[in-house]
Design a binder for this molecule. Structure first.
Ligand code: ZN
Ligand code: ZN
Length: 262
């Protein structure tokens, strides 16, 4: 929950919005715990078999193909070339999920996120906005963007660099500044930095070249996390369609309820 709040903060959500989101979650969670106690619902989370069974009971034929195997739900994101964004999100949201609880990320149709990342200045030359030759941000992307999600890759082995447990990074400052920070740690051979750590672990400490790609706007990604939370709510038992609409109307972001399984 703290981690989620931090992400909301990083995404520029106001104190009030964060407060509402977290408070709504707690209220919802306590309500559900009370319902479990009183026997109204059987548990906080529902196994896919229960979902399938209740689907049969209700004679509802919504699409549940994804409930097979290790995937327990889906979420959607904007389409990007080669499904880059969906792959990245999929990895990020599944990093701490057990098999059987994974989420399948599906691409929406429509305009690609990357389309809006391309420079609108036709005279801009590729390369670092600040003229820094060491800048590792992809030359055709603006490195002065902030509030974005990015991915760092090792040029030599094409391995993605994990800054934390997350596959992708989030930045509030410019990507350029964030990468300059990473490079500084790498040059100082400081193993708290993800780049030097990779140099050490995979390349015997030889300094490697890295490339950073901006994947999308951070607020869009937050929307995806929210979609995920909404999906989790759909899996909570004892809620009819109407109940759901009720609670959505009443609480706005109350949907963030069962955001984290643990
Ligand atoms: Zn730059
Ligand atoms: Zn490497």
């Amino acid at each position: 929950m703290n981690e989620f709040s931090r992400k909301l903060l990083l995404s520029g959500y106001s104190h009030q919005e964060r407060y509402n989101a977290i408070k709504g979650s707690i209220v919802r969670y306590n309500q559900m715990k009370a319902d479990v106690k009183s026997g109204k619902i059987s548990g906080l989370y529902r196994h896919k078999n229960q979902i399938l069974r209740s689907k049969l009971d209700k004679k509802s034929w919504a699409n549940t193909w994804f409930l097979k195997g290790e995937v327990s739900g889906t979420m959607s994101c904007q389409a990007t070339p080669n499904g880059e964004l969906s792959k990245a999100i999929q990895k990020a949201v599944n990093s701490d999920r057990k098999s059987g609880h994974k989420l399948q990320v599906l691409e929406d149709g429509g305009q690609s996120v990357v389309a809006s990342l391309k420079t609108s200045d036709p005279f801009r030359q590729d390369g670092c906005i600040f003229g820094d030759r060491n800048c590792i941000v992809k030359p055709n992307q603006r490195c002065d963007q902030s509030g974005v999600v990015y991915r760092i890759t090792c040029n030599e082995c094409s391995q993605e660099i994990h800054e934390t447990y997350n596959y992708v990074g989030f930045t509030r400052t410019s990507v350029h500044a964030r990468m300059a920070g990473h490079l500084k740690l790498q040059n100082a051979k400081n193993s708290t930095g993800a780049l030097y750590r990779h140099d050490l672990e995979v390349h015997n400490g030889d300094p490697q070249g890295y490339t950073t790609e901006v994947l999308g706007k951070e607020k869009k990604i937050l929307r995806l996390y929210t979609l995920e939370a909404k999906h989790m709510e759909k899996q909570t038992p004892g809620l009819s369609m109407n109940d759901r609409q009720e609670s959505s109307r009443r609480g706005g972001i109350v949907r963030l309820s069962a955001n984290k399984e643990s």
